[in-house]
Design a protein around this ligand. Structure first.
Ligand code: FE2
Length: 452
C-alpha cells in the first residue's frame, strides 16, 4: 500500500518526516507501567486509538464545528472548510431554519511542514439571551447546528475532563459527558494528541463536533499542543489557529492564558507552557485579572491549568513546582476556590491546600487527566498518602461541577467502568466567600496582590 492509498494525503517524503517526528515525540508516561494504586477496582483493558475514514478535502461544507464563550453574552463559532470561496459567516436564530441574525467572521489557514490546513473560520455571534437554544449554520451551507447558551445565574454545571486524545476510551468518556446535563465544558489541556501529525487535529475536530458544536468548550494548552521544532517552529501553531479562546476579550495578549465569567463564576485558564515567573507577561496579566474579580458578581473563582501543582502520583512528579512557587501566593491571596489540572493520567482530589499543607483558606486541588488518551493510565501512586490527598485512582473518567449557589458546589468524578459511567467520588465544596476567608485574609497576603 502506498502512502497516498493510506488516505493521509501525504507524499512519501513528508510521510517519512512525519514518521520521524512521531517517533521523536515525547515517550508515553513512564508511570503508565507499574503496579496498582492500592484500590481494589479491577480496571477494564486499554482501548486502541480510533481510526477515522479520512474525509476527502472536496467537501466545502462546514467541518469540525465547535463553539466557545467570547465575552459577555457572546459565542465564538469555529469551523473548517476546504472551499476558499465559502463565506466566513454564521446565520442564527432561536427557531430551526429561521435565521434572524448573522455575523461576519474571519478565516485563516496554516502550513505545517507538508501539511496545509483547510480554511479555519471564527465568527462571534451575539448578544445572545442566556439559557436559550439557538440554531445556526456556517458559511450558508451544510447541516444546521444547535447550541444552548449558559445560564446567567446559578445553578450552572461544568463538564470537566483533561488529556482527551482520540481512543476508544475517549469515545466512551464523550458519550458519558453527553448524558450529563451540563452548560460549559472545561478542558485543562492535551486535546488531540496529534503530536505533529496535523491530520489528527482534523480527526479530533470531527470526533468532538457532536458535543463541541452544542455547548461551549473552554480549553487551555497542554504539552501535546506544543508541536515545536527546534529553530523551525515556535509551537502551538495548530492549537492557536484552531482553538481560539477569548484572550483578547479578557485583556490577555496570548491565546495560552485568558479568563472568562459565566453565571457568577470567574474562571482563569493559565498556561503551563509559557512564561510564568514574576517578570513574565502571564504573571502581570494574572495579577491584573485577579484584581478585576468582583466577588459580589462572581462569588466563585476557579483556575485551570495543565500541570498539577500538588500530585501524589509518580507520573510528572515535581513538574509543577516552579510555576507553583511563582503563582501560588497570588492565587491564595485572591481566594481562588478550586484549581483543576490534567497531565497526570489519573484522578486525584485533594483538601484545601496552601504552601504544601492543609489550609482552610487554600485551594481545593483536583487532577483529572484521565479523559482517554493513547498513553494509558498513570497507575503508581506514592506511599504513604499525604493527609491532604483525599481520593486518588488511576481510571479513565470525567468530572462534573455543579455550582448550586454562591456558597455551595457539588463535585463528582465519574469513572468509565467498561461502557458505563459510575459516580465514584463526590464532595460538597463551600465557597471561600461563604467561609469568611476572603474578608479575613491577612494583610501580608493582600500585599502580594497589591504590590506593583
Ligand atoms: Fe500532558
Amino acid at each position: 500500500m502506498t502512502v497516498d492509498q493510506m488516505g493521509l494525503g501525504l507524499t512519501r517524503a513528508s510521510f517519512v518526516i512525519f514518521l520521524f517526528l512521531f517517533l521523536a515525540s515525547p515517550p508515553p508516561s513512564s508511570a503508565a507501567i507499574g503496579g496498582a494504586s492500592g484500590e481494589d477496582y479491577i480496571r477494564p483493558l486499554p482501548r486502541e486509538t480510533l481510526s477515522f475514514p479520512w474525509r476527502p478535502k472536496l467537501s466545502s461544507g462546514p467541518q469540525q464545528v465547535h463553539i466557545s464563550l467570547a465575552g459577555m453574552n457572546h459565542m465564538r463559532i469555529t469551523w473548517i472548510t476546504y472551499d476558499k470561496s465559502s463565506p466566513s459567516i454564521v446565520e442564527y436564530g432561536t427557531s430551526p431554519g429561521k435565521y434572524t441574525s448573522s455575523s461576519q467572521g474571519e478565516s485563516s489557514s496554516y502550513k505545517y511542514l507538508f501539511y496545509s490546513s483547510g480554511n479555519i473560520n471564527h465568527a462571534v455571534i451575539g448578544p445572545l439571551a442566556s439559557n436559550t437554544y439557538y440554531y445556526y449554520w456556517c458559511g450558508g451551507q451544510g447541516p444546521e447546528f444547535q447550541l444552548k447558551t449558559p445560564p446567567s445565574q446559578f445553578p450552572i454545571t461544568f463538564a470537566v475532563v483533561g488529556d482527551l486524545g482520540q481512543t476508544g476510551w475517549t469515545k466512551s468518556t464523550l458519550e458519558h459527558i453527553s448524558q450529563c446535563k451540563y452548560d460549559v465544558h472545561l478542558l485543562p489541556g492535551d486535546l488531540s494528541y496529534a503530536d505533529y501529525q496535523q491530520h489528527l487535529w482534523d480527526s479530533f475536530g470531527e470526533l468532538v463536533q457532536p458535543l463541541a458544536s452544542t455547548r461551549p468548550w473552554m480549553v487551555t494548552e497542554g504539552n501535546h499542543e506544543k508541536e515545536s521544532i527546534l529553530m523551525f517552529k515556535s509551537g502551538f501553531q495548530a492549537y492557536n489557529a484552531r482553538w481560539k479562546m477569548p484572550y483578547e476579550e479578557s485583556g490577555s495578549t496570548s491565546n495560552l492564558y485568558y479568563s472568562f465569567e459565566v453565571a457568577g463564576v470567574h474562571i482563569i485558564m493559565l498556561g503551563s507552557y509559557t512564561d510564568y515567573d514574576e517578570n513574565s507577561d502571564q504573571y502581570a496579566w494574572l495579577k491584573a485579572d485577579l484584581a478585576r474579580v468582583d466577588r459580589e458578581r462572581t462569588p466563585w473563582l476557579l483556575v485551570l491549568l495543565h500541570v498539577p501543582w500538588y500530585n501524589t502520583n509518580w507520573a510528572h512528579q515535581g513538574e509543577g513546582e516552579e510555576m507553583m512557587a511563582a503563582m501560588e501566593p497570588l492565587l491564595y491571596a485572591a481566594g481562588v476556590d478550586i484549581l483543576i489540572a490534567g497531565h497526570v493520567h489519573a484522578y486525584e482530589r485533594m483538601e484545601r491546600i496552601y504552601n504544601k499543607a492543609f489550609d482552610p483558606c487554600g485551594l481545593v486541588h483536583i487532577t483529572i487527566g484521565d479523559g482517554g488518551n493513547r498513553e494509558g493510565l498513570a497507575q503508581r501512586f506514592r506511599h504513604p498518602k499525604p493527609e491532604w490527598s483525599v481520593f486518588r485512582e488511576a481510571s479513565f473518567g470525567h468530572g462534573e461541577l455543579r455550582i448550586v449557589n454562591s456558597t455551595h458546589a457539588f463535585w463528582s468524578w465519574h469513572r468509565n467502568e467498561d461502557d458505563e459511567s459510575v459516580k465514584s467520588d463526590d464532595v460538597w465544596i463551600n465557597s471561600l466567600v461563604s467561609t469568611g476567608c476572603i474578608t479575613e485574609m491577612k494583610p501580608e497576603y493582600r500585599k502580594v496582590l497589591m504590590a506593583p
